[in-house]
Design a protein around this ligand. Structure first.
Ligand code: HEM
Length: 139
């Protein structure tokens, strides 16, 4: 089971590498005026989003696998809260996918400042989830 947990954490790191970097690309993309630069960002965003999909899928599969060894965890409040925060993270991930498609079709509606704020959400969710899983406050 520890092997699967290690794979779960590794997949989570892969997912977060993308969740941190993709909105950063949006910040620079939103400020880019020249056609060649914009096309380059579109390719980078599409490829990075594929990596995010792999990281997310692997995190969920290995997470559910670990959970299947310890189903009792599902009854604990910190695990319920963790899974609720993971649901928010998945919503954020899907929102990123919509933004990738909007940039691809030259339909971006936001400026670089908006993306700078948007970029902060995964850090907050990561902090909250890791605190919950490791510290288990009031468990
Ligand atoms: C559907 C998604 C997920 C499921 C079902 C899941 C489930 C689990 C389970 C059952 C454990 C073992 C807990 C224990 O034995 O005490 C675990 C560990 C862990 N999870 Fe997740 N998880 C998911 C997503 C995530 C995400 C998105 C993150 C990070 C943001 C994360 C971070 C961690 C960490 C750091 C550990 C290791 C805790 C330890 O050292 O025991 N998980 N996860």
């Amino acid at each position: 089971m520890l092997w699967i947990k290690a794979l779960h954490v590794t997949a989570m790191v892969t997912w977060f590498a993308g969740l941190f970097y993709l909105p950063r690309l949006f910040v620079y993309h939103a400020d880019t005026e020249d056609l060649a630069g914009r096309e380059r960002f579109k390719v980078m965003e599409r490829r990075l989003y594929t990596m995010l999909n792999i990281g997310m899928t692997a995190t969920i599969v290995f997470g559910l696998w670990v959970l299947s060894f310890e189903p009792v965890l599902l009854g604990l409040w910190w695990m319920k809260l963790k899974l609720a925060l993971v649901a928010l993270l998945i919503a954020y991930h899907l929102w990123c996918g919509r933004l990738v498609r909007a940039f691809r079709d030259d339909r971006n509606l936001h400026g670089s400042r908006w993306y700078r704020y948007f970029n902060e959400a995964p850090s907050l969710l990561l902090l909250a989830i890791v605190m919950l899983v490791i510290v288990r406050p009031w468990a």
